[in-house]
Write a protein that binds this ligand. Structure first.
Ligand code: C2E
Ligand code: MG
Ligand code: MG
Length: 736
């Protein structure tokens, strides 16, 4: 049987069987009716025969009034199976004798109908002695008698023979059963016959076609390639519609198979290409990701990856309570390598530096290039004490120490060194930004201090922050009139009179109070504001001291000059112009240049100083004895005076006394005047006098004075004198 519950085979079977069943029922019914009729007419014929056989006996018994004989005869007849009852009536309809089931006067007749057979009626009745319904065939026949042959027949009564309908039914019952069994067997045989043939010739081939159609699904290419299902149909070779359909279908399957094979091969080609593309795409992606996260030159992690790793280190640090170092590494003098040997060599150096740094690190560490010559490192720290950090920093310094040899013969081996700043998580920052900032700060400090490594310290951080705030704030300090000048008298030890005044600048910061020039001048030198400051000091000093110079033309105003201004070639002209504007002679102005700054770029310094002295300014070497003075240069400087640094007098010992004396002698031998700075006591003043020092400057003589105080100091109480009161104050008070 096919797999369909409501397949075409079953449906056909149902229809055929249905039709056959109806026909069978009709035919069987006709057969049954015919049989019934036949049985009925047989019974009626027998009834007729009974009439013929016993009629004469009934007449003779009636004629002779032998009723008992009649009753015996009737009882005998009733024993015949077809006879349900028999009765004899007189011509006046009185019952003469009867036997079995008969219609009597007591019987209740429900219906009565004549049949086609002569003399036969069908009667439905209820007998008086039972409530049972009966259906009887009643055959009525006349009983006639003639006394002699010549006499006419005379009606003497009627005979009634009754047959029960059940008798007919009993007769036909077996025939009925046989007919029905016969029909059923025929029906079953036919049904099985159809079942087999419909299944074989229609349902199966159709199912094979359906299966073959199902196999046309491109996803079941293997099924499509085997035509087993169709072969069964095709092989039957019945030249019928199904065969035609199957062969056409098979051709269609082969065509689809061909197409599918082509499509499959194209698909697999396409898949291969897609796979290839995906591979190359993911390779390109990897390269792109590598490029995005690594420095193209050195292949080290770049800023993005470094920050990412730093965040990971912080996460691990938080979770495991571990510490690590962030190191900021900056190569010193890399710019000059680039400038001198070109960028190609610069790149080689960077690659080599990256290689060397990487060789020091453990696999857990990270070294990254942030750009230029800036490198950063992340190093797990086991103990985390400062020695450990120092050891690691020394490792980097050492690995960079050996000279880098270039392939090019024209280029000598290059020495490289680095400044390293380190900060520890979580001591010096708990987030990436502050760790990087603090490591940078430490690195800048190392760079500025000329040391290889500096480990972050909060104090240094504070100092740098203050410096950067001051640098920022200084931009508007002049504009906001926050700067002012103080003046410190310098005593001529021979005349015991003040013949010189040193101009010292002060900064009244709006929130931080008075800031010493020792703090803000180096900042100005770094930021470049020193040029602006120098001009402002010069203008203010000239303007404020002009009246005193007018009174005493020999008064010398000493103004400090940062060596940085020597980088400005126009500075002699600028200063000269200010003097002109203030109407003060350059002869009244002495310029103090510190020993160290004057020696930074000696040729440039000598040139500018020569120009300045050429315009009438005099010059002094300030803070003499603290730097590395080269006597050969010193003698070339157009200076008239040496100012011995105050540290010699402030930390006076036996040796420094000798040094002071030696310096005074040296200055005198070079024809230079000498100023002793830091005279805080009478003893020091006396000592300098005894050593034949020319000038003395210090708190003992006078504190630095405000412009008003200077005025009070210099202008005599009696204006008529018209001279400056240059007598020393000799005070012990604290400096401003
Ligand atoms: P300097 O030129 O050597 O100035 C002398 C410094 O010594 C002054 O400090 C002064 O107040 C201090 N001083 C004077 N006598 C004594 C003393 O007896 N004992 C002690 N302990 N100190 C004494 P100040 O004003 O703080 O200036 C410091 C430095 O700042 C100056 O050293 C100078 O190099 C620089 N400076 C000051 N004003 C200017 C300026 O306008 N321009 C430039 N470029 N530098 C300036
Ligand atoms: Mg000075
Ligand atoms: Mg000085």
């Amino acid at each position: 049987m096919n797999k369909f519950k409501d397949g075409i085979g079953l449906r056909l079977l149902r229809y055929v069987f249905g039709c056959y069943l109806i026909v069978t029922i009709l035919v069987t019914s006709v057969q049954l009716i015919t049989e019934y009729r036949h049985a009925k007419s047989n019974i009626f014929n027998q009834t007729y025969e009974l009439e013929a056989s016993f009629k004469d006996s009934f007449i003779s018994s009636m004629w002779s009034f032998d009723t008992p004989q009649l009753e015996v005869t009737l009882a005998g007849i009733t024993k015949i199976d077809i006879v349900a009852g028999i009765k004899i009536m007189t011509e006046k309809n009185q019952i003469l004798a009867y036997s079995g089931n008969v219609v009597t006067a007591q019987s209740q007749i429900l219906s009565s109908s004549n049949l086609s057979e002569p003399g036969i009626k069908k009667i439905k009745l209820i007998q008086a002695d039972s409530a049972e319904r009966q259906t009887l065939f009643e055959y009525k026949f006349p009983l006639k008698h003639r006394q002699s042959k010549s006499d006419p027949l005379k009606l003497i009564g009627y005979g009634y023979i009754y047959t029960d309908v059940n008798t007919i039914i009993a007769r036909v019952k077996y025939s009925f059963i046989l007919i029905i069994i016969n029909s059923l067997i025929k029906t079953a045989a036919l049904w099985l016959f159809f079942l087999y043939f419909i299944n074989r010739f229609i349902a199966k081939p159709l199912e094979a076609l359906a299966n073959a159609a199902e196999a046309l699904n491109p996803e079941k290419l293997e099924t499509l390639s085997s035509s087993k299902e169709l072969d069964n149909v095709v092989q039957t070779k019945h030249n019928d519609e199904l065969y035609l359909l199957a062969t056409n279908f098979d051709q269609m399957r082969i065509a689809i198979l061909d197409k599918m094979t082509v499509i499959e091969s194209q698909k697999s080609q396409l898949e291969e290409r897609v796979l290839d593309r995906t591979k190359s795409l993911s390779k390109a992606n990897d390269e792109l990701r590598h490029l995005a996260l690594h420095d193209a030159l050195t292949s080290l992690p770049n800023r993005t990856l470094f920050k990412d790793r730093l965040e990971q280190f912080i996460e691990i640090g938080k979770r495991n309570n571990t510490r690590f170092i962030v190191a900021s590494i900056d190569l010193s003098g890399f710019k000059s390598i680039n400038d001198n040997y070109g960028h190609q060599i610069g790149d080689l150096i960077l690659v080599e530096v990256a290689r060397r740094l990487s060789s020091v690190f453990r696999s857990t560490d990270t070294v990254a290039r942030m750009g230029g010559d800036e490198f950063y490192a992340l190093l797990a720290l086991e103990r985390g004490d400062d020695n450990d950090v120092e050891t690691l920093a020394q490792k980097f310094i050492k690995v960079l120490e050996s000279p880098i040899l270039c392939d090019e013969k024209s280029i000598p081996s290059i020495l490289i060194s680095a400044n390293i700043g380190t900060a520890i998580y979580p001591l010096h920052g708990e987030d990436s930004a502050s760790l990087i900032k603090n490591a940078d700060m430490a690195m800048y400090h190392a760079k500025n201090s000329g040391i290889h490594h500096f480990h972050y310290s909060a104090e240094e951080d504070f100092r740098l922050k203050r410096q950067s705030q001051l640098a920022q704030d200084f931009n508007i300090a002049i504009e906001n009139n926050e700067l002012f000048l103080v003046y410190q008298p310098i005593l001529n030890l021979a005349s015991k009179r003040v013949t010189k005044i040193e101009v010292l600048v002060r900064w009244q910061h709006p929130t931080l109070g008075i800031i010493s020039p020792v703090e803000f001048i180096p900042i100005c030198e770094r930021t470049g504001s020193i040029h602006q400051l120098t001009q402002w000091v010069f203008q203010q000093a000239c303007r404020q001291c002009k009246p005193y110079c007018d009174v005493d033309g020999s008064l010398s105003i000493s103004i400090n000059l940062s060596g940085r201004v020597f980088s400005q070639p126009q500075i002699p002209l600028i200063l000269e112009n200010i003097c002109k504007q203030s109407n003060i002679s350059p002869f009244n102005i002495n310029l103090e240049v510190t020993e160290t700054t004057a020696m930074e770029k000696p040729d440039q310094a000598i040139d500018i100083m020569n120009q300045l002295t050429g315009k009438g300014f005099t010059m002094s070497i300030d803070d003499f004895g603290t730097g590395y003075s080269s006597l050969s240069y010193l003698i070339m400087l157009p200076v008239k005076e040496l100012k011995i640094d105050k540290s010699f007098l402030l930390n006076l010992g036996k040796n420094s006394e000798k040094v002071i004396k030696a310096m005074i002698n040296l200055a005198h031998s070079l024809n230079l005047k000498v100023v002793g700075e830091g005279v805080e006591t009478k003893e020091l003043l006396d000592m300098l006098t005894e050593m034949e020092c020319d000038y003395a400057q210090g708190y003992y003589i006078s504190m630095p004075l405000s412009a008003d105080e200077l005025h009070t100091f210099l202008i005599p109480t009696n204006p008529a004198q018209n001279t400056l009161n240059t007598a020393p104050i000799f005070t012990e008070s604290q400096p401003i």
